[in-house]
Design a protein around this ligand. Structure first.
Ligand SMILES: Nc1nc2c(c(=O)[nH]1)N[C@H]1C(S)=C(S)[C@@H](COP(=O)(O)OP(=O)(O)OC[C@H]3O[C@@H](n4cnc5c(=O)[nH]c(N)nc54)[C@H](O)[C@@H]3O)O[C@H]1N2
Ligand SMILES: Nc1nc2c(c(=O)[nH]1)N[C@H]1C(S)=C(S)[C@@H](COP(=O)(O)OP(=O)(O)OC[C@H]3O[C@@H](n4cnc5c(=O)[nH]c(N)nc54)[C@H](O)[C@@H]3O)O[C@H]1N2
Ligand SMILES: [Mo]
Length: 769
């Protein structure tokens, strides 16, 4: 164990050196069960997690195998389950005790930890409290308010947890109302992937499935924190490593989950304390240095090919000739790119990149896995396209054990896009929606999250309807968004738990509490099931197991149907009540709208392991403008606001997740795998930067965004923690650091906020602001 350091009364650094998984994860789960007062039924319900006929985890979107383990869940999935099935309740009495202004002083953890919402509530201006309201009155008033608005001044947000059924209905509701304003959490997440991959390979999602892990010969792993964000994937990685598969990792931070894993479900490993080394080469790339790093790998591949007399053993010339477009331009760009530039941008040496290239060059089938470390940069789409370029060089798409594997976030975020949650009308089967449901899909493009925030700030958006999520916290630029949000006419929060978005309210504001996915959902025809799509394009059925947290909760499909009936009673031919009575009718409607993907939906959703959507690129059918897979040359190696490297008082801030959170849901104040305990108000910094800036570990500092646009962005009261991270890069937690992220600092094509590289200045600060 590394030395334990207590840095303040609440902050302790334990320098974690254990594996991910292992006893630490078991202890953490036990704490979570106790904290949420979950009785003995809790652990039993976990046995149904991610199993055919059971419920699909409400945490991440990682794939679910056809032959699941006894415990097909991880520490964080179990935390998410216990958080949802907690015995704590937020009742009308709770709201009677606290004004909204008083609740605004609670932090994210305290708010959600108060428990499950039990009754529909309406904000009362006279008392500044939420008071109970009848469901029928709530729907009526919301319907009336929406009808009074221009359709494009209302925004229908959804966070990626809602089922395929609920999401499909929500899209129809918005379009019947007359808008494509359907942003979702993927706008802050993998939208970059959806912008990049269609140009490159003609699909908006990854090409890998679980089977590929068993067949791959090598994995290149970029910017994803598997131990915290998708721990179930560690099983596939561990199995691959045991077969001798090398994993080459690119991440600025040393992340424990990427280094070592003890399978908590293996008695032998647990008792013997043995663990598996996950990564074979760990490259601590500078934040935003991945395009450069991959250029270096490509350059080294060409050099290896030249050494082998250009015999085509390294570069797959046949594949390139038959299947790709743009190779010559790409090869020329690689040639022109100087090693000095590559080393400077990536922060990695030529030798290190040659070592990575060597492993890649000698593996037959290679998978490329990535997460937010690539998508949340100004030119993140080019970085994703650079991954494709690397894959194409050796024909690594469209064969077993190879492909592109973006790791999605929310459990159904990918599926929502598949069934019509999108601002782009061209991605919707307009003709079918007209003939099947009598709805004219509006032609005008809707807003994504960044645009929605711009319009909230300029006052042109008047109503926000949130189907889950906590936008007030998850978006950038809190200092401008929050005050503008308070000027909205209408805010509607369809939630399971109380969060800040329900407190920073408009003139008229509702909290509509809904069933969670783990709960039994009984409608007129009996208990209902829902479905979702995982990270590998695979659809699964999910059936609730636990009794509802309150008898007053409604399901998401029911809430959406009632909103539709109150808002657009005559704008469709949809039999809303029949759909709610029997969700299989909603699935029939999805199947009729998207027959290629969802034919025989009701039967296939219970297939063990789910069913896959067809993906052209997997079969080497390229649905792109050129009809081929495209090499795309990045415009620049710089992926962000260009701060000259000699400008040493500006550092690049990475905002990321701790092990004790799921997005803005803060389970606890610990980041177990990084050894940081007790506080989230910290900044991880290289020891040399700490010295250079005249600081000491434990000092309280303030960060200020280093851009000159007239907006003052600061977060104070952060403590310095020494960490293994490249010089010039620092890291802090999201959402606490979101006030530092300018709204205009986003990926250029997808508008995904560039949360992984915010140029900041460090200054001393005795107070938290
Ligand atoms: N327990 C838990 N699970 C989750 C979530 C959660 O909050 N908690 N959130 C869910 C959601 S919505 C999502 S989108 C996913 C997010 O999962 P991840 O993609 O893992 O997201 P982050 O934790 O934000 O950051 C990912 C990693 O990127 C690295 N990184 C930062 N900048 C760069 C860079 O420039 N290059 C490279 N190569 N790496 C970089 C960071 O060091 C970090 O390890 O997880 C999902 N699962
Ligand atoms: N700086 C910075 N900002 C970021 C990121 C980052 O890495 N850095 N990551 C971004 C990413 S990847 C994402 S996905 C977004 C996440 O942003 P959001 O999706 O907006 O936020 P969540 O924290 O996932 O939403 C939590 C809330 O969802 C509600 N909820 C939970 N379960 C259910 C349910 O079953 N039904 C309904 N109706 N509600 C439910 C609960 O009330 C809870 O309070 O944040 C983004 N923001
Ligand atoms: Mo996400």
């Amino acid at each position: 164990m590394a030395r334990t350091r207590r840095l303040s009364s609440d902050l302790e650094i334990k320098g974690y050196t254990g594996p991910s998984g292992g006893w630490g994860s078991v202890r953490s789960l036990a704490r979570s069960l106790t904290h949420n007062l979950v009785p003995i039924r809790g652990p039993a319900v976990l046995l149904n997690q991610n199993k055919t006929g059971g419920f699909m985890c409400v945490s991440c979107a990682w794939a679910k195998p056809a032959d699941p383990r006894v415990f097909e869940f991880c520490e964080n999935g179990a935390k998410a389950t216990t958080w949802e099935i907690t015995q704590k309740r937020v009742t009308p009495e709770f709201f009677a005790r606290h004004t909204v202004t008083a609740l605004e002083r609670w932090d994210d953890h305290q708010l959600e930890d108060a428990g499950r919402l039990t009754h529909p509530m309406r904000w009362d201006a006279a008392s500044d409290k939420y008071v109970p309201v009848d469901w029928a009155d709530a729907f009526q008033e919301i319907g009336r308010e929406l009808q009074a608005l221009e359709p494009d001044s209302a925004v229908f947000y959804t966070s990626g947890r809602a089922s395929l059924e609920a999401s499909f209905m929500y899209g129809l509701l918005a379009r019947a109302f007359g808008t494509n304003n359907l942003p979702d959490s993927s706008n802050m997440c993998h939208e970059t992937t959806s912008a990049a991959l269609p140009e490159s390979i003609g699909v908006p999602v990854g090409t890998c499935t679980l089977d590929d892990f068993a067949k791959t010969d090598c994995i290149l792993f970029f910017g994803q924190n598997v131990g915290t964000s998708s721990p179930r994937m560690l099983h596939q990685l561990q199995e691959a490593v045991k077969r001798g598969v090398p994993i080459v990792t690119f991440n600025p931070l040393r992340e424990r989950g990427l280094e070592e894993f003890t399978n908590p479900q293996s008695p032998l490993e647990m008792l013997s304390g043995s663990s598996t080394r996950i990564t074979s080469q760990y490259h601590q790339v500078r934040t935003g240095g991945d395009t450069a790093a991959m250029m270096g790998i490509a350059k080294a591949l060409f050099a290896l090919e030249a050494k082998a007399d250009g015999a085509g053993t390294i570069i797959d010339r046949d594949f390139i000739r038959e299947h790709t477009h743009g190779f010559d331009e790409f090869a020329a760009a690689v040639k022109d790119c100087a090693w000095s530039q590559i080393e400077q941008r990536s922060g990695l040496s030529r030798g290190a990149l040659e070592a990575a290239a060597f492993v890649y060059a000698h593996a037959k089938s290679v998978m490329f896995i990535y997460g937010m470390g690539l998508t949340q940069h100004e030119r993140g789409a080019e970085t994703v396209q650079m991954i494709v370029n690397l894959a194409l060089l050796r024909g690594n798409i469209g064969r077993p054990g190879a492909g592109i594997c973006p790791v999605r976030g929310h459990s159904n975020v990918q599926g929502q896009r598949t069934v019509g949650i999108t601002e782009k009308p061209e991605l919707v089967p307009v003709e079918k929606i007209r003939t099947l449901f009598g709805i004219e899909v509006p032609e005008k493009k809707g807003v994504r999250i960044v645009e929605a925030c711009e319009k909230i700030i300029d006052g042109s958006v008047r109503a926000m309807v949130l189907l889950g999520g906590n936008l007030v916290r998850s978006v950038p630029e809190h200092r401008l968004v929050e005050p503008a949000w308070r000027k909205l006419r209408l805010t509607v929060n369809i939630l399971t738990k109380l969060n800040r978005s329900a407190l920073v309210h408009g003139e008229i504001s509702y909290i509509l509490p809904c069933l969670g996915r783990i709960e039994v959902d009984v409608q007129a025809s009996g208990p209902q099931a829902v479905s979702m799509e995982d990270s590998t394009g695979c659809m699964h059925g999910s059936r609730g197991q636990m009794p509802p947290a309150s008898e007053h909760l409604l399901s998401e499909p029911k809430i959406i149907a009632e909103l539709a009936k109150a808002t657009v009673p005559s704008r469709s031919t949809i039999p809303w009540d029949e759909w709610v009575a029997d969700y299989s009718k909603i699935r029939d409607a999805i199947a009729a709208s998207y027959p290629d993907i969802f034919h025989d939906f009701n039967a296939r959703m219970w297939k063990p392991g789910g069913f896959h959507r067809p993906l052209g690129a997997r079969e080497r059918k390229w649905n792109t403008k050129t009809g081929k897979a495209n090499f795309i040359v990045p415009k620049s190696l710089a992926t962000d606001i260009d701060t000259p490297p000699e400008n040493r008082d500006i550092v690049q801030l990475i905002t990321l997740r701790s092990n004790g959170q799921f997005n803005t849901t803060i389970y606890n104040y610990d980041d177990r795998l990084r050894g940081i305990f007790g506080s989230r108000y910290i900044v991880m910094m290289h020891r040399n930067d700490i010295d250079r800036l005249g600081l000491r570990e434990g000092d309280m500092i303030m960060l200020a965004t280093a851009v000159n646009d007239g907006v003052d962005r600061r977060v104070g009261g952060l403590r310095v923690v020494a960490y293994d991270i490249p010089e010039g890069c620092i890291a802090g937690y999201y959402p606490e650091c979101n006030p530092l992220l300018p709204l205009w600092h986003h990926e250029e094509k997808s508008k995904t906020p560039a949360a992984k590289s915010i140029p900041v200045r460090v200054m001393a600060s005795p107070v938290r602001t």
